[in-house]
Design a binder for this molecule. Structure first.
Ligand SMILES: O=c1nc[nH]c2c1ncn2[C@H]1C[C@H](O)[C@@H](COP(=O)(O)OP(=O)(O)OP(=O)(O)O)O1
Ligand SMILES: [Mg+2]
Length: 212
């Protein structure tokens, strides 16, 4: 008797869930794409023309949801999951600045270098060489099954100088707890192990698994 092999099981035929990243920040895209292996991950600008999203919220959570909703609303098919990240660095000695305004710290059209230099200069002007600081990340997920938001934090010190070229944004002036080098100097595996974004992503996975 001839045995006809079944080349594909239903499992193989199943379409993988696709995650659309609602961010224009290349540093975030690079991190998410290198950290998430179970899903197909694409930047939203790869599937639609990039557009301005007003971050009018008063918290990281509100802004993350604003970004994810804005991209989800523009999707043709609603089978995908949109993932956004709103994040920033807070310095308690500066009353929590720049916090949710991290990307606009040196002005609305400021780039990452301008913002980094402004925070360094602000510390220098106050005669501070090193002070506690922390990063916050809110990750929002928007899909057909609903809206979700989780958070992660990374504590350390902000220093009044930039050291190293790894990471992005404020990383050259941020020394994580337990280290002597900045995230600009440390290997990217450190951020993968316990950054604010990595920790929020761990929680986001719990939500993602429940959506399958
Ligand atoms: O791991 C990080 N390492 C260094 N800097 C970081 C990090 N995480 C957030 N940050 C800074 C960059 C930016 O100044 C702000 C995020 O602002 P945020 O509005 O969330 O992102 P964004 O405007 O760069 O891109 P988008 O809104 O399209 O996601 O915090
Ligand atoms: Mg932004």
């Amino acid at each position: 008797m001839q045995v006809i092999s079944k080349p594909f099981t239903c499992k193989v035929m199943e379409q993988r869930l696709r995650i659309i990243l609602a961010t224009s920040n290349h540093g975030k895209v690079k991190e998410f794409q290198s950290w998430i292996s179970e899903y197909e991950v694409v930047a939203y600008s790869d599937i639609m023309p990039p557009f301005e999203i007003d971050e009018t919220g008063t918290t990281f959570k509100e802004n993350a949801l604003i970004k994810a909703r804005a991209v989800y609303e523009k999707l043709d098919t609603k089978n995908d999951i949109v993932l956004s990240d709103d994040s920033g660095i807070s310095v308690p000695l500066l009353g929590g600045e720049p916090g949710i305004y991290s990307a606009r710290y040196a002005g609305v059209h400021a780039n990452a270098k301008d913002n980094l230099n402004k925070l360094i200069q602000t510390l220098k002007d106050k005669g501070i060489a090193k002070t506690p600081a922390f990063y916050t990340a809110a990750i929002a997920l928007v899909c057909a099954k609903g809206e979700f938001c989780v958070h992660g934090w990374m504590h350390g010190d902000a220093i009044a100088e930039a050291r190293g070229n790894n990471g992005f944004g404020y990383d050259p002036m941020f020394i994580p707890c337990g280290y002597t080098q900045t995230l600009g100097e440390l290997d990217e595996s450190v951020k993968k192990a316990f950054s604010h974004r990595a920790r929020a992503l761990e929680l986001a996975y719990i939500v993602l698994k429940s959506l399958k």
